[in-house]
Design a protein around this ligand. Structure first.
Ligand SMILES: O=C(O)CCC(=O)C(=O)O
Ligand SMILES: [Fe+2]
Length: 391
């Protein structure tokens, strides 16, 4: 039975385990040291942005009201699992690893019919991460790209990120010539990995999401994805059983605070949500871990040390599972569609300073995370559709 929906309460300050709070977001950048005209025109050290229409502005004037609840329609749920409208002649599909990720060549996201988009939502839910090559998506007028994203759910407007002028629904990841955020981060950290699922503090966090490259550095800047359903599968039934019924508090307050401290914007007041620690995907029925070091703050009802102990184990488990992760290497015209409900991801901030890395994200929200009961030894159905043992 789905758990009773618990209205989120604000995080009690005293129980916020600082040691487990995610590192300051390293991937969003900010208005400081940013000169849009120079980025548009190029400088001596860096060529102009390939997609100047996608350069960020930080609109400090426009404020957005709290997000209203809405009924999400899951397009993957009743999609034909044989994918007849999505995959046809001339399309190649290759698993990136046996458990996570697929690369597709020969189809254009921009020309998919609604039926094909339904099937894509299901395929993405199964594979977790789908890398589409040679896409014209970034060349579409931005409203057309947004329309495609909006098919999958209500478009999220990020509370703190920069966006293309006039298109707040696009979340931008941009590092230009003067951006030294990675170096700053490494003054206090040994690596730049920041595992997270996007904006899980929202009551209805994103589902089928789209990230596309606009400018790539010469080398590096890969995006890592971890398969949270497989992370759940790897746990013993006894451990899974203990996780069921637990909920965790996710908070957007620290992200908003960090943005203010950087002199950047907060477009919507931050919220917290209480979500199940194990959620079920509405299209595949798969269960997945749903905690992340960036936004999850504590396990509801646990004492501080208990919560830290459990979350630390889960974060390490998610981060260490290289056999259920994929590393996406960006090439020009690559679009990644992934399911934020059943994955975590991290940018890799390893490229040479001064090189532009520019991506855009379209982030359709989905259902309020839902938990279904522990099923004993019956395993999730894997990405390849092979059912595990059912006892
Ligand atoms: O820069 C990246 O590779 C990922 C950025 C990110 O986390 C996001 O856009 O959600
Ligand atoms: Fe992200």
């Amino acid at each position: 039975m789905a758990p009773e929906i618990v209205e989120p309460k604000p995080a009690p300050k005293s129980s916020f385990p600082k040691s487990l709070a995610g590192p300051k977001e390293a991937f969003i950048g900010g208005p400081q040291a940013y000169n849009k005209t120079a980025e548009e025109n190029g400088t001596e050290s860096q060529p102009a942005a390939s997609y100047p229409n996608y350069l960020p502005v930080w609109d400090a004037e426009t404020k957005y009201p709290p997000l209203e609840p809405f009924t999400h329609y899951e397009h993957g749920k009743n999609a034909d699992p044989t994918f007849p409208d999505l995959f046809g002649d001339g399309i190649s599909i290759n698993d990136i690893t046996p458990l996570t990720g697929a690369e597709v060549r020969g189809l254009q996201l921009s020309t998919l019919t609604d039926k094909a988009k339904d099937q894509l939502a299901l395929f993405v839910a199964q594979k977790k991460v789908v890398v589409l090559h040679d896409q014209d998506f970034a060349n579409l007028p931005i409203p057309e790209a947004l329309d495609i994203g909006a098919y999958f759910g209500r478009l999220h407007i990020h509370p703190t990120s920069g966006a293309p002028q006039g298109h707040p629904e696009v979340h931008l990841v941009h590092r230009g010539a003067d951006d030294n955020t990675a170096q700053q981060l490494l003054e206090n950290r040994t690596n730049t990995v920041t595992w997270h699922s996007d904006v899980t503090y929202e009551h209805q966090p994103p589902g089928t999401s789209i990230l596309y490259i606009l400018d790539t550095p010469a080398a590096g800047g890969d995006t890592l994805f971890s398969n949270q359903a497989e992370a759940y599968n790897r746990l013993s039934p006894e451990f899974q059983k203990r996780l069921h019924g637990l909920t965790a508090l996710h908070s957007g307050h620290e992200q908003a605070q960090n943005s203010k401290l950087r002199g950047s914007i907060v477009r919507r007041e931050p919220v917290t949500s209480i979500h199940p620690v194990v959620r079920t995907h509405p299209a595949t029925g798969e269960k997945a871990l749903f905690v992340n070091p960036q936004f999850t703050r504590h396990i509801v009802g646990f004492k501080q040390e208990e919560s830290e102990y459990l979350l630390r184990f889960l974060y390490d488990h998610i981060a260490l599972g290289q056999d259920f992760q994929v590393r996406v290497k960006w090439a020009p015209k690559t679009v990644v569609v992934w399911d934020n409900r059943v994955t975590a991801h991290s940018a890799t901030l390893d490229w040479a300073n001064g090189q532009r890395r520019h991506l855009a994200r379209i982030t359709p929200q989905a259902e309020r995370p839902l938990e279904t009961p522990f099923q004993g030894l019956r395993k999730n159905v894997s990405a390849n559709g092979v059912a595990g043992v059912g006892l």
